[in-house]
Structure formats: C-alpha cells, structure tokens
Write a protein that binds this ligand. Structure first.
Ligand SMILES: Cc1cc2nc3c(=O)[nH]c(=O)nc-3n(C[C@H](O)[C@H](O)[C@H](O)COP(=O)(O)OP(=O)(O)OC[C@H]3O[C@@H](n4cnc5c(N)ncnc54)[C@H](O)[C@@H]3O)c2cc1C
Length: 397
C-alpha cells in the first residue's frame, strides 16, 4: 500500500467497487479498502436486481446468476393476488444474484481498471487538514497507517461512518429504517421464474415479505419491517416464522441473515469538499422496495466519474463535488422522491385498503408491468382519488 492516492474508496460492496472502477478508468490512482476478509461475504441481501443497464457494469454471466426472473405476484391479506409477467416467455426482467460472486466480479473489474484493492483493511477515521479531506486513517492486520488522498468516497454501507466523520448528516429516524430478516430455504414449492411479494400489516407492518427463487426448490424468503412499526406488533423474525409455517411447512432453513435498509429517500447532501457518499452510505436505497443494488451501481459510477474529473482539474472543492449530487438527482433522485411518497402512503394503509386496491386490479392483464412507475400509472388511472391523494405532479405522472 502506498502512502498517497488520488482517491480512497472505503467499502468494497457494489457501490464502492463501481466507484473505484470508474475513478481508475478516468485516470485517477485509486485505493479500495474493505474491512471484511473477502468481498461479498457474508451477504445481507435478498439479491434481486432489475435487468436494466446491468450489462454496463458486468458481462452477464451464469456464474453470478442464481435465477433469471420473468414475473412477479403480489399477494394481499384477503388472498387476492395480482400477477405481472414480462409477456415474452424469453424476456428476463431481473435476476436473483449470487451476490458473493457478483460483488467479487465487480471488485475484479475495479482492480483490472487499475485500482489497488486491500481486504481485511478498515478505515478508522478521516484525516482533515485546514477543513478539507486529506486522507484516511487505516487499520490493517494490527498495523495503523495514515494514507493521503484528495478525495474519499464513502461506500461503507448502511452503518456508514465516513459521512459522519466528514460532517455530513447521515442520521436515520426509526421510520427511516427497514429491518430485514431472511432465510435461505430449500425443499420448498415455488415457481423458479417468479418472485412473490406479500403485502399488508398482517404479513409485515410497513413492509412486505418476499420469496426470491434461487433455483429449483430454493429461495431467499425474507421480511422487511419499518423500524417505527416493530414495537406495535412483534419482531420481524416472528412474522417471518408465522409466514413460513403457512407457506412452506416442509421447508428447511439452511442460512440466515439480517440487516438494516435505509428508506429515508436519500440525504440532504451526499457530498462535501473532497468527499462523496455512494450507495447505502448515502441512503440511496429505494424507500418503497428497499432495493439498493441498482442505486449503488449508479451512484458509484457517478461518483467515480466525478472523482476522476476532479483529479484532472485539480479541484477538490465542495463546488466541484456538487456535480456528483446534481448527476445523482437527475438519474436516481427523482425515483427516490416518487417512491418516498408511495412508501409514506403505503405505511398508512389498513389491510382493508390494501385488499381493495388489489381487488380492483385482480385479473387484469399486467403483461410487461414489472416496474413501480408503470404499476402506479395503472393504479392511479383506475382510482382517481388515489391520484389526488398521492399528487400527480409530485409523482411525475
Ligand atoms: C435483508 C436485506 C435484503 C435486501 N434485499 C435486496 C434486494 O433484493 N435487492 C436490492 O437491490 N437490495 C437489497 N438490499 C439492499 C442492498 O443489500 C444494499 O442496498 C446494497 O448492498 C448496497 O450496496 P453498498 O455497496 O452501498 O453497501 P454494502 O453492500 O453494504 O457494502 C458496504 C461495504 O463496506 C464495508 N465497510 C463498512 N465499513 C467499513 C470500514 N470502516 N472500512 C472498510 N470497509 C468498510 C462493509 O464490510 C461492506 O462490504 C437488501 C438489504 C437487506 C438488509
């Protein structure tokens, strides 16, 4: 490890790997550090990702795909179900990943682009000189070292400290955190190409239960509950166990993981002089679905490009870094704002209201509707009161 780099990326998840890659491809010298022994392990994720633009970040390869997905079914408490399909039987709408392999492949790309990668290496603080970022304090195998850098990219996930160290407000309220618990199950009866969602307070107050197939008879089965709702009804694991008893009575649990998902819809500011936050560290997860992989890739790309441009320009000011926030707002920010409105509406709904909406669209042809925006357009065209409540302008409809 050298004493100085142009850019240090803290965290080797999808956001950090992509940021390191784009910064290195843009000509910057880059250090990527990951505190765990290996990237991608252990996972805290249901591993679902839409197909959209994925091939920009990695060649589509079987080794990191557990299951290609062609449809989704939403179930609500009264048993009504809404089925959505791609239409073309060969068309894939998304993948359930093998994230251990996916995350590693992204880091390989960063390394190939020229980034230096160190695992078992933890950032313990930032070096700040004259009010600007000057590097990172690093701990590796018992050794402590100050490494200089003009730019630090915080990609250290939901428990991010980099943002706080840099003076950015990363705090999350209980209503801004979804707590997820998940089992990897086998011996279960599922449609391998179809994901299942179970919505309503009966299943998951302020959240949902998911079944994401990972091949024959195998799936990630999990639940996300809103932090502020947990005290009302019980622990997420209790809801999940109850669900499994009914849906998969003969299933076997072979792995378990849990973690928090930020659902605040972003942060006021994801940049400062010499600092940018990407992925979960910037709270860029989708507040409605809890999906964060796509936004981690997008924000990593935008921050990596901005970092390389800043190095070329020799400009590490807050004003220059603002370009990253602007690029993010244009690409992902609008989706976060829309889905925050939808999330806030959803968490206030009773099970009767959820049932009613599902009933109104049950049996409709939803071919090709596998995207939140499209589904909302259909729902609001059927129910004008819903459109008024949500606000057409705010939703960008
Ligand atoms: C139960 C659950 C299910 C989910 N399901 C989905 C899903 O199906 N689809 C989806 O899109 N999203 C899902 N998510 C969200 C998704 O996992 C995250 O949004 C995504 O991993 C964010 O990527 P990231 O690179 O920002 O952060 P992470 O993947 O969390 O990576 C951060 C990395 O930083 C490292 N790190 C932290 N601190 C330091 C430090 N001080 N020094 C060095 N390294 C450090 C960590 O070890 C970690 O490897 C789920 C989350 C949970 C909890």
């Amino acid at each position: 490890m050298k004493d100085a780099y142009d850019v240090i990326v803290v965290g080797g998840g999808p956001a950090g790997a992509v940021a390191a890659r784009y910064a290195a491809e843009g000509g910057a010298s880059v250090l990527l550090i990951e505190k765990r022994q290996e990237v991608g392990d252990s996972i805290r994720c249901a591993e679902g990702v839409p197909v959209e633009n994925l091939d920009k970040y990695l060649d589509i390869e079987d080794r990191w795909i557990a299951a290609p997905i062609k449809g989704a079914t939403i179930y609500v408490p009264d048993g009504t179900s809404v089925k959505m399909r791609t239409g073309d039987e060969n068309q894939i709408s998304g993948y359930i990943l093998e994230r251990k392999i996916f995350d590693r492949a992204l880091v390989e790309k960063a390394a190939k682009a020229g980034a230096e990668v160190y695992t078992k290496t933890t950032a313990t603080g930032l070096i700040i000189e004259n009010g600007r970022i000057a590097g990172v304090k690093i701990k590796r195998l018992g050794m402590e070292k100050d490494v200089a850098a003009n730019i630090v990219i915080g990609a250290d996930g939901v428990e991010s400290k980099v943002g706080r160290w840099a003076g950015l407000d990363t705090t999350l309220k209980l209503s801004d955190i979804e707590t997820g618990v998940q089992y990897l199950m086998t011996n279960i009866d599922i449609d391998e190409e179809n994901i299942e969602f179970y919505m309503g307070n009966q299943y998951a107050p302020g959240g949902y239960v998911w079944v994401f197939p990972k091949g024959p008879g195998r799936a990630n089965v999990g639940i996300g509950l809103l932090g502020s709702k947990i005290k009302e009804g019980g622990r997420p694991i209790d809801y999940l166990d109850k669900f499994i008893e009914n849906r998969f009575p003969n299933g076997k649990i072979i792995e378990m993981n849990y973690g928090g998902v930020p659902v605040s819809g972003g942060m006021e500011k994801i940049y400062g002089a010499g600092i940018m936050l990407v992925g979960d560290a910037g709270r860029l997860t989708d507040p409605l679905t809890g999906g964060g992989i796509k936004h981690a890739l997008w924000s990593g790309e935008l921050a990596g490009i901005t970092a390389a441009e800043a190095v070329k320009a020799g400009d590490f000011t807050e004003k220059f870094m603002k370009k990253y926030q602007k690029a993010w707002d244009d690409k992902g920010g609008k989706i976060l704002s829309r889905d925050l409105i939808l999330k806030n509406y959803y968490i206030g709904m009773t099970d009767e209201e959820v049932n009613k909406i599902a009933k109104s669209i049950e049996g409709m042809d939803f071919t090709g509707v596998l995207e939140v925006g499209k589904l909302v357009k259909i729902l609001t065209s059927i129910d004008k009161k819903l459109l008024l409540k949500l606000g057409a302008n705010q939703l960008g409809l």
